[in-house]
Design a protein around this ligand. Structure first.
Ligand SMILES: *Cc1c(COP(=O)(O)O)cnc(C)c1O
Length: 341
């Protein structure tokens, strides 16, 4: 199969339309058989549930070419399960897990010409999502929904080298206790836009959100989970019901314990403790881990000993091991790689 003529190494993180996407509609209580289409546009009524009351959930994952030339995705079963939880919380019908995985496989296969070659650092980003399509004006869940999967090639995350991030502790809240912080819903992002634009205007890369109830514990950023390394080499990550359960973070904890022989735990992390950590990183599908060099809390700086030019040693080992597993250089745990072709 001939690849598209794309300058893979210079792609950014933007939408590039690919040839095919998967669409299935939910009507009269059931999903139709679904199909691939070349039509990238969605035509819905002006009063559609998604437009009025933000009934939409999504997932983010990647397909890439391994060292031995296979096209794979990483743990799509977990994306399917998370989307199931997201849909249920917003009273949306669940797109079945086996069909979710098949839809992802079919969409990537149809767009194989857009899967970047091994070594380019680029990947094919996959965006499954579901939204309410029929007119809803009284506040209630929609009756009709669409599930779609589209793909878009994205460039290497650390283009021009690793640059540790500077993060501020924000006064905005991301997620309420018993709210929707643990699901991947567009609504969580809508309300984070102001906080991130404001952070960027002030010269920060990201916001660190604290728990909304007590503002004493670390939660996450707008789109990535935190991972810290203690001075004695233990990997710790915040535990909270209002954090989005990152698949990357869960995989890194497993890698720390089972590949690197490190102690790793998920527990509440008081913000007070952050100044004592040796390393800090953000984890998510986009970058796997981006190192954090500095956290600024209302003018008070916490500078990690790893500095502003490099990944910390443990962060780096975690990064290299997980990306090695993803790229097929290191043997993956059973079921982590879904081979597409
Ligand atoms: C998607 C997302 C993450 C990262 O999850 P991954 O499964 O690792 O990509 C973290 N936080 C939020 C708020 C997210 O939406």
């Amino acid at each position: 199969m001939e690849k598209k003529n794309i300058d893979w190494g210079n792609l950014g993180f933007g939408y590039v339309q690919t040839d095919y996407r998967y669409v299935s509609d939910f009507k009269n209580g059931s999903w139709d058989e679904g199909k691939l289409t070349e039509d990238a546009n969605v035509v819905i009524n002006e009063c559609a549930g998604v437009l009025q009351y933000a009934q939409t959930v999504f997932e983010g994952m990647k397909a890439y070419t391994t060292e031995d030339g296979r096209i794979v995705t990483f743990r799509p079963d977990l994306n399917a399960e998370r989307m199931e939880n997201s849909a249920k919380r917003l009273e949306m019908p669940v797109f079945p897990k086996d069909r979710f995985i098949q839809a992802v496989v079919d969409t990537v296969k149809a767009n194989a010409a857009y899967v970047p070659p091994f070594g380019s650092g680029a990947t094919l980003y996959i965006r499954p999502f579901e939204f309410g399509t029929n007119p809803v004006i009284g506040v209630k869940p929609a009756d009709e929904y669409q599930f779609r999967v589209f793909t878009t090639p994205v460039g290497p995350y650390f283009k021009g080298g690793v640059k540790p991030l500077t993060i501020r502790v924000t006064d905005f809240d991301r997620a309420a206790p018993n709210g929707t912080g643990h699901i991947k819903a567009g609504l969580n992002y809508a309300m984070s836009m102001h906080a991130i634009v404001d952070a960027h205007n002030q010269g920060y890369d990201e916001n660190m959100y604290l728990d909304a109830a007590t503002r004493t514990k670390v939660e996450e950023t707008g789109g990535a989970n935190f991972l810290f390394v203690t001075k004695d080499g233990k990997v710790v990550t915040p535990k909270s019901d209002s954090i989005l359960p990152s698949i990357t973070r869960r995989s890194l904890i497993y890698v720390a314990q089972h590949y690197l022989g490190l102690e790793a735990e998920e527990r509440e992390i008081p913000f007070e403790e952050v100044k004592d950590f040796a390393e800090c990183g953000l984890c998510g599908t986009a970058a796997v881990i981006s190192p954090v060099g500095k956290i600024v809390d209302h003018g008070k700086e916490i500078c990690f000993p790893t500095g502003m030019t490099e990944m910390g040693p443990v962060t780096k080992k975690l990064y290299e091991t997980l990306t090695g597993i993803q790229m097929g250089r290191i043997e993956a745990p059973e079921g982590w790689l879904q081979v597409i072709e």
